[in-house]
Write a protein that binds this ligand. Structure first.
Ligand code: C2E
Ligand code: CA
Ligand code: CA
Length: 686
């Protein structure tokens, strides 16, 4: 710089200051060696909140402060006064009188006169706004990098601009790898084209979307995400970028999945439970409605499962149920559903079937699959199922009707002798509700003493003497009146009540026998045994107990077992007969002629009597083939040294015929008449 006179220098400074003064936004003030303000422009007033009249002549430190570095600032000014060196531009914070703070960027230079620094001029720009932005930027960068959520910033064209560390950790992609690539590839690239479109649309209209989506990791594995996408716009509203924030919800999804599985599946078999079944059936019905196709609902009940549970225990029972579940599942296609309805009941839905034959075919396959299972946990089991089938739309329009009707059909399959299947038909309905009602009232009938016995005499044809009296059970139903055995015995068998009821008959008949003895009529009592009762392990014990309780001698008890039961019976049945015979109890084969007993087999049995079935007696005199059988049966009995009884004799002609053929005894409505003539009538109410 060329040398100038001091006044010229001052002029120069003034010119300079005026020039600067014209520059908008620059605050200028000057201080003298005492630190008092000598110059204070308008911008200073604005920046520091002090008008010139209050500022001029005041020590600078009374007007503005430099929090945290007051001494530095003073030293810096002093340095200029001492050396005459201008300061470099620097940023610092100043405190205003009102307590607020500002960031300024400024510099100071000396005004030298007479070789000495007379004043120092300070120029300051207000950079508070810029500083705040900078701080925000630093903060944002820290948040971005330290966030545990993956963050991805894209430009307006959805190309990736930046991703954070969490993104890399979550997806396996480094920032370098993804920079400049299409965001979709890493974000929603999985499978949901529709969702992708939906997100785009939503962000377009609302600048924001949040929800769940599937991403993909670098190794190709699916990545469940919860997150948001936000559109970022500049101050003019132009879209500049997008920000996606995502968290990995694999754990949550897994827990949700597990909870859903538990809620929708049966714990024992792992099959879908009712809830899921209904859901699937609902969907299948909707599809069938659209496609005008059919859906089949199969109600499956294991026959005599209770027996397995009772004899072998629950562990074997559970194994059986699990194995049955697995076998049933193998009989259906992937679009079908097998569900455990509870207990030993299963329900199967066959979706979209072409015809009823398809359902019949599956039912047949299932029956075979279950019957072929012959052991569980080392225990041998004999299993079968009864299946009821209802078809959509013919048998019902909705889930509940179809389930109910398949259940009804299943009941009929059971009644039809188990191990079979039935299609629903509308006539089944009334019958079944009656049956269910019957089963319920049967349970309380024993306690309520609603059963009674009627006795029918068994009369010697020659002497007309009453040899025995057969106990026939009656149920005095509180609402329906007197019911005959064929109206309730099948239901009793089905519910397992046949055994306790049979026990009651046995005890009651023996008690009655005793009463007749005591009254001077030593007749035998005959008791009918159901198949279940005959095979029951407690039979001998019960017979002994009944006889003992009545103090009745065993030879006054006859037990009637049908030919069918004997024929079905195995070695155990023969042992039972022998054991009874050894006690002195007589065994009668009831309903003889209806089965197909082999002569050879009969001779080995320790039975006492054959009872010719009623249906043959009714044919007497008709000349039909059936009536011809009577002489053959009588001849057979004679050869085996058995007594023959004809049951259901109603007329004198029938009796005549039987007498001619050499029949020993007879029963029937006519027997009551003859017996009454031969000896005093026996009152069943004794
Ligand atoms: P069942 O042992 O063959 O008994 C004979 C049935 O023929 C009885 O019917 C009897 O009332 C009927 N009957 C007797 N005389 C005549 C006649 O002259 N004409 C005609 N048409 N019928 C006659 P009920 O009492 O209805 O018994 C039916 C079946 O129920 C019995 O056949 C027997 O198998 C069973 N039953 C009856 N009581 C018991 C019982 O206490 N326990 C068991 N397990 N079964 C029983
Ligand atoms: Ca009988
Ligand atoms: Ca009979």
């Amino acid at each position: 710089m060329t040398a100038v006179s001091p006044s010229a220098a001052l002029d120069l400074v003034c010119t300079l200051v005026s020039a600067i003064e014209l520059t908008p936004g620059v605050a200028i003030h000057a201080i003298d060696r005492d630190g008092r303000v000598t110059y204070w422009n308008n911008k200073c007033t604005e920046l520091f909140g002090v008008p010139p009249q209050e500022a001029l002549g005041q020590p600078l430190e009374c007007l503005i402060s430099h929090p945290g570095h007051e001494q530095d600032y003073q030293a810096h000014l002093q340095h200029i006064f001492d050396t005459g060196e201008a300061s470099r531009v620097a940023d610092w914070q100043v405190g205003r009188r009102d307590g607020s703070a500002r960031w300024v960027s400024g510099s100071a230079f000396p005004l030298v006169r007479h070789g000495q620094v007379e004043q120092v001029f300070c120029m300051e720009f207000d950079i508070t706004g810029r500083k705040a932005n900078e701080r925000n930027l630093v903060l944002a960068a820290q948040v971005f990098e330290h966030s545990r959520d993956a963050i991805m910033i894209t430009d307006a064209h959805n190309r990736i601009v930046a991703v954070n560390g969490a993104f890399t950790e979550m997806t396996g992609y480094s920032a370098l790898e993804v920079a400049g690539r299409e965001a979709q590839t890493y974000q929603e690239g999985m499978r949901d084209e529709a969702l992708r479109e939906q997100i785009r649309e939503h962000v377009l209209h609302h600048d924001h979307w949040s929800g769940e989506l599937w991403g993909r990791r670098r190794d190709g594995s699916p990545l469940p995400l919860a997150g948001s996408v936000t559109a970022i716009r500049d101050e003019r509203g132009t879209l500049t970028s997008y920000m996606a924030v995502m968290s990995d919800i694999t754990e949550r999804k897994r827990a949700e999945e597990e909870a859903r599985h538990l809620a929708e599946h049966d714990y024992l078999t792992g099959l879908p439970n009712r809830v899921l079944f209904r859901d699937r059936l609902q969907q299948a019905l909707a599809t069938a409605r659209r496609k005008m196709s059919q859906v089949a609902v199969l109600y499956i009940d294991l026959d005599r499962f209770k027996e397995i549970n009772d004899t072998h225990g629950h562990i074997v029972g559970d194994i059986v149920l699990r194995e049955v579940a697995a076998r049933l599942s193998r009989c259906v296609r992937s679009m079908d559903t097998v569900c455990r309805q509870g207990g030993d009941e299963f329900v199967v839905m066959l979706a979209d079937i072409g015809s009823a034959e398809h359902a019949a075919h599956v039912a047949g396959t299932m029956m075979k699959a279950v019957t072929s299972m012959n052991q569980a946990d080392g225990v041998s089991v004999a299993l079968s199922v009864s299946i009821g089938i209802a078809l959509y739309p013919v048998d019902g329009p909705d889930i509940d009707t179809l389930l109910k009707h398949s259940d009804v059909a299943m009941y009929h399959a059971k009644e039809g002798g188990r191990n079979g299947f039935r299609f629903f038909s509308p006539q089944m309905n009334a019958h079944v509700s009656e049956r269910i009602e019957m089963e319920n009232s049967l349970r309380s009938a024993l306690q309520n003493q609603e059963f009674e016995l009627e006795f029918q005499p068994d009369v010697d044809i020659e002497s007309s003497e009453t040899i025995a009296l057969e106990a026939l059970i009656r149920w005095r139903h509180p609402v329906r009146g007197l019911l005959m055995p064929d109206q309730f015995l099948a239901a009793a068998e089905e519910t397992g009540l046949a055994v306790p009821i049979g026990e009651w008959v046995l005890r009651e008949a023996c008690r009655q026998g005793r009463a007749w003895h005591d009254a001077g009529y030593p007749v035998a009592v005959a008791v009918n045994l159901s198949g279940l009762q005959f095979m029951h392990p407690d039979l001998l014990r019960n017979v002994d107990a009944a006889l003992a309780a009545a103090r009745l001698s065993a030879e006054f008890l006859e037990l009637e077992v049908t030919e069918a039961v004997i024929m079905k019976g195995n070695a155990a049945a023969h042992d039972t007969i022998r054991a009874l015979r050894e006690r002195g109890v007589h065994i009668t084969i009831d309903d003889f002629g209806t089965g197909f007993s082999s002569l050879g087999g009969m001779s080995e049995l320790a039975v006492s009597k054959l009872k010719i079935d009623r249906s043959f007696i009714g044919e007497i005199g008709s000349g039909t083939a059936r009536s011809e059988i009577i002489p053959a049966i009588i001849a057979l009995a004679r050869s085996l040294n058995l007594k023959v009884v004809a049951e259901g004799v109603e007329t004198e002609d029938e009796l005549q015929y039987l007498r001619q053929q050499g029949c020993d005894q007879f029963q029937g409505h006519y027997a009551a008449v003859v017996s009454a003539r031969a000896r005093p009538p026996v009152s069943p109410t004794l």
